[in-house]
Design a binder for this molecule. Structure first.
Ligand code: 4AD
Ligand code: MG
Length: 482
């Protein structure tokens, strides 16, 4: 058997008792022809492997270069070196794969995140990305655990669909039609009847509509999968391909929905704090170092761990959209004309407005509810008793410091007539969504759900400023490498 190895994380937690072990990993550094810092990805901490002088071949020693892969068997002994309790005294060293140190792009020095994005195939081997992706994994695991423990059914909704769940028209077309000889119908329009599925199809922007079908049978479901948006947004929080978690609950109103979302976010943070302490401490230090470069007024008031702790220990502020606009209109920022975009009832709040509410005014996560119907999707439940011209829906967005919108959700319009009316007004084709409308015909129930942007959540927990640095291979406008 080849893989009789101990992972370095496990080994570093053990006591040095002269035990024989085999470790495998990649060389981070090799000093004085004696000391190898070996990393196997299980932790950022390297294992010190000591090669006794004179014991190993010159030829072999020359091949121990940065990023070469090694199999080492030896004895675990107490370490005299600083900052480590044990090390491995090598008996045999086998080079599994050589690495040309001159050509290897990752030098043992600080590289910029921008540069590392260009070598995303190797960046997992850095401490920063090692930590980020272990935390990302841990959060994904926590999400499944949270819902599983509550009895939600994990529903796999389709990636290819024929509908636009959000009605925003930001879809990637899926087609096998030839580009040069597209079949046309009698009106000259592309004839999708000849396409693979016999109709126009696209990559999903959200699994919600199918999620509602599941919720109205299982009671509570969640989805967790990739979603795609062809929005041309080149920002630090938009991806063309991102992962979304969408719970959907029958017998649930807007308040239940908010309670679940808040509990969920706190659960994720707590899980990461408990299971990824070492990586979070590393990321906190990284962020603190990065912020030292910034002018005083641009630095965060709290360190990463402090911020996470603070979120855990405080209620999310809950305000209506109308109250949010009022706060903005009363703000010094507005009075001093600091906002670039207009503020008035009915606007789709811009990121500067959301940031003001969260970072300046409340200084904590904020749930904004009851948005104007005109700026929200067709499926949201219409609020009763609105002033004419000020129609709102039972929507809720959660805004997080440094991130902006992290969750978007709502209570759904369960009343068939109201839903059909709204679809007509918003030009959503009812005949294509006949199956969705069936849930309202056959035992409709009050129900609600939300979508959490997984990468934005990972950004929040890791403190990474750019969403491209929390997904392995980011897809953004004009960029699809790897
Ligand atoms: O607010 P959104 O568009 O809501 C929905 O799709 C609903 N169907 C969710 C539901 O109620 N089941 O998206 C939900 C979340 C946003 O709050 C944001 O965190 C994230 O998905 N998101 C993005 N993340 C990265 N890149 C993008 N382009 C994103 N667009 C939305
Ligand atoms: Mg939204």
């Amino acid at each position: 058997m080849f893989n009789k190895r101990i992972k370095i994380k496990e080994l570093l937690a053990a006591e040095p008792q002269q035990q024989q072990v085999t470790v495998m990993g990649w060389v981070r550094t090799f000093r004085n022809n004696q000391f190898v810092a070996l990393n196997d990805g299980s932790t950022n901490a390297n294992l010190q492997v000591v090669l006794e002088l004179g014991k190993f071949d010159e030829e072999l020693l020359k091949r121990i270069t940065t990023s070469a892969s090694l199999k080492v068997t030896g004895t675990v002994i107490p370490s005299l070196g600083k900052g480590q309790k044990l090390e491995v005294k090598a008996e045999t060293v086998e080079i599994l794969g050589d690495s040309d140190a001159e050509a290897y792009p990752l030098q043992p020095k600080k590289h910029s995140l921008e540069f590392l994005r260009e070598i995303a195939h190797l960046r997992f081997r850095t401490n920063t990305f090692g930590a980020v992706f272990r935390v990302r994994h841990s959060i994904a695991f926590a999400i499944h655990k949270f819902f599983n423990d509550k009895g939600f059914v994990y529903l796999h909704t389709p990636i290819i669909t024929a509908s636009d769940a959000e009605g925003a028209g930001e879809m990637f077309r899926v087609s096998t039609l030839p580009f040069d000889k597209t079949p046309r119908d009698e009106n000259g329009a592309v004839n999708f009847k000849e396409d693979f599925f016999g109709r126009a199809t696209n990559l999903t922007v959200s699994g919600q509509l199918e999620g509602e079908l599941g919720a109205t049978a299982f009671g509570e479901i969640y989805t967790f999968g990739p979603t795609f948006r062809a929005e041309n947004s080149n920002t630090a929080r938009h991806l063309a391909e991102f992962w979304m978690v969408e719970p959907e609950m029958a017998f649930c109103d807007l308040e239940d929905n908010m309670n679940l979302a808040e509990e969920f976010i706190k659960y994720i943070i707590r899980h990461a704090m408990e299971h990824n302490r070492e990586d979070l401490e590393f990321l906190a230090q990284r962020l603190a170092d990065e912020e030292k470069q910034l002018p005083q007024d641009k630095r965060s008031e709290m360190g990463l761990l402090e911020k996470l702790e603070f979120v855990l220990n405080n209620h999310f502020e809950r305000i209506t959209y109308t109250e949010a606009i009022e706060i903005l209109l009363q703000s010094p920022a507005y009075k001093k004309k600091k906002f670039q975009y207009e503020v008035k009832w009915g606007i789709d709040m811009q990121s500067e407005h959301e940031r003001y509410l969260v970072e300046k005014h409340f200084k904590k996560p904020v749930i904004v509810t009851n948005y104007p119907a005109a700026i929200k999707a067709f499926y949201m439940r219409q609020d009763d008793g609105c002033e004419p011209g000020r129609e709102t829906v039972a929507a809720m967005d959660i805004l997080a410091p440094g991130i902006g919108e992290i969750v978007g959700g709502s209570q759904r319009e369960e009343r068939q007539d109201r839903l059909e009316q709204r679809m007509k007004e918003m030009h959503v084709p009812a005949e294509e969504l006949w199956w969705y409308l069936d849930t309202r015909r056959f035992g409709t129930v009050p129900h609600a759900g939300f979508g959490l942007g997984f990468e934005r959540m990972v950004q929040f927990v890791t403190g990474m400023g750019n969403i491209r640095d929390v997904i392995a291979f980011p897809r953004t406008p004009k960029n699809c490498e790897f």
